[in-house]
Design a protein around this ligand. Structure first.
Ligand SMILES: Cc1cc2nc3c(=O)[nH]c(=O)nc-3n(C[C@H](O)[C@H](O)[C@H](O)COP(=O)(O)OP(=O)(O)OC[C@H]3O[C@@H](n4cnc5c(N)ncnc54)[C@H](O)[C@@H]3O)c2cc1C
Length: 426
């Protein structure tokens, strides 16, 4: 059997292997999981814009299938907004662009990331200060009983909260009406009104009810912020994971390099995980985002006793304080580092964090999407390429699927579309 090994990335074939067996490429990922078994496809030169999870997963998967990849990253580090690095002063692992906790029900994605690092189980227990009192979030039985000074059992609490709702509101149109209808004025004003105003810069009476998929409320004492089956934080940080994904002979990572549409002439295909509006030079106007400012606080010992404290009152300008050593409870540090987080409208030059996606932005997005569909050989992926909020697990899943689609298209000599996920659908 003619078997030739090539495209093997780093350290003793730990991460992935490719074998060409006759006319078939067999790519084996990490600890032996079969990734691809297909007829050989022509080797392509592929550009990937952005070294966040979207770009890194696509680069990794295509490299494993024998393609030649150049990853362009404007920043001086990989991992995008999930970047983590040890603080030079305290040694604490800092989440540079805000705290990141991995949570998913997607078993494939969970197995995939666990092959890249050891994920330590982590439960996100958020606290909130409202009118000088501390509560547990998301609103649960403890929050309800503390807030109203009661000792209600689950069924009683459910009935009680339902009785607080304003039943004169038949068809809630705004976020505010929705909250008033289902949880009543007191809980709404204490936990949602001020916080939402600070986070989005828009009063909840002006936000459509449709943006709330469900109010985070539970009638038991479970204060875990997430309900996913798998939850954890990587022992060595997210940047280590992304570096491992990109560590292959046929991936060239160009840090500190801003890519522009002109690169398309040098490559067979481009995957862009950068902002779609910036890629087209804001031809239809900038898509609105919220950006974040972080104010660092250094202290000794324990500053707030938990990882995340939300500040619900509009009179406090920051939305929350994160104390990063609490995201690694398996470590011990004498000093502590916290970040106050402020949300504001994104201006040119600011980092885009949260897409606003209201009526006006959706109209502009529609024009960018139509424009992109007229172009060839560029596919937009990720949170910025598709202008959607995406958790890390969804980002990784979508990137895996986009890479797979590209390989399928190559095999069938079909055209890879501008989007593997329709950005207008959600
Ligand atoms: C504050 C905050 C907290 C979050 N917390 C969580 C959490 O707890 N759990 C969770 O699952 N998810 C969380 N997320 C979501 C998570 O950050 C995203 O899922 C993830 O970052 C998406 O990865 P991406 O690769 O699509 O985008 P990004 O991480 O933004 O990566 C895109 C990269 O492209 C680069 N780039 C852009 N344009 C260009 C260009 N023209 N040339 C070169 N490079 C370019 C950028 O510099 C960036 O590095 C959070 C998000 C935010 C904003």
């Amino acid at each position: 059997m003619d078997q030739k090994q090539h495209g093997v990335p780093h350290a003793g074939e730990r991460w992935s292997r490719i074998a060409v067996v006759g006319n078939t490429v067999v790519a084996v990922d990490f600890e032996g999981e079969l990734l691809i078994r297909r007829s050989q496809v022509a080797k392509q030169r592929v550009a990937v814009v952005g070294a966040g999870f979207s770009g890194a997963v696509i680069a990794h998967r295509l490299a494993a299938a024998g393609q030649s990849i150049v990853v362009f990253e404007a920043r001086q580090h990989p991992a995008g907004n999930c970047h983590t690095a040890r603080d030079a002063v305290t040694g604490i692992m800092l989440h540079a662009y805000g705290p990141h906790i991995f949570h998913t029900d997607d078993e494939t994605v969970w197995k995939f990331v666990n092959r890249l690092d050891d994920f330590v189980p982590y439960v996100n227990r958020v606290k909130a200060i409202s009118r000088d009192r501390v509560y547990s979030l998301p609103i649960n039985l403890l929050t309800i009983n503390q807030f109203f000074g009661r000792t209600l059992a689950p069924a009683e609490a459910r009935e009680f909260v339902a009785s607080l709702g304003d039943h004169a509101i038949h068809t809630p149109c705004s976020f505010e009406e929705w909250a008033l209808r289902f949880i009543g004025r007191e809980l709404y004003e204490a936990f949602f009104e001020g916080y939402t105003l600070k986070q989005w810069g828009i009063h909840p009476s002006l936000l459509p009810a449709s943006i709330i998929k469900r109010l985070p409320l539970s009638f038991d004492y479970n204060d875990n912020y997430y309900r996913h089956r798998y939850q954890g934080i990587p022992r060595h940080g997210y940047t280590t994971i992304v570096e491992r994904l990109l560590d292959a002979q046929n991936i060239e990572l160009r840090l500190g390099t801003q890519a522009a549409p002109g690169i398309a002439t040098e490559f067979d295909h481009v995957f862009c995980s950068g902002s779609i509006d910036a890629w087209y030079d804001y031809a239809y106007g900038p898509l609105e985002y919220r950006t974040l400012d972080f104010e660092r606080l250094d202290a000794e010992g324990d500053y707030q006793g938990c990882a995340v404290m939300n500040y619900c009152d509009a009179s406090v300008p920051w939305t929350r304080i994160s104390e990063h050593k609490h995201f690694a409870p398996w470590e011990s540090h004498a000093m502590t580092v916290c970040f106050r987080e402020y949300s504001r409208r994104r201006e040119r030059g600011d980092i885009p964090y949260y897409p606003v996606r209201l009526v006006h932005e959706r109209a502009a997005l529609q024009r960018y999407v139509a424009h992109a569909r007229q172009q060839e050989r560029v596919t937009f992926v990720g949170r910025l390429g598709t202008y959607r909020y995406l958790d890390m697990d969804v980002t990784i899943r979508e990137a895996m699927d986009a890479a797979q689609r590209f390989l399928d298209c190559l095999e069938r000599s079909a055209k890879m579309p501008a989007f593997n996920i329709d950005p207008m659908a959600s």
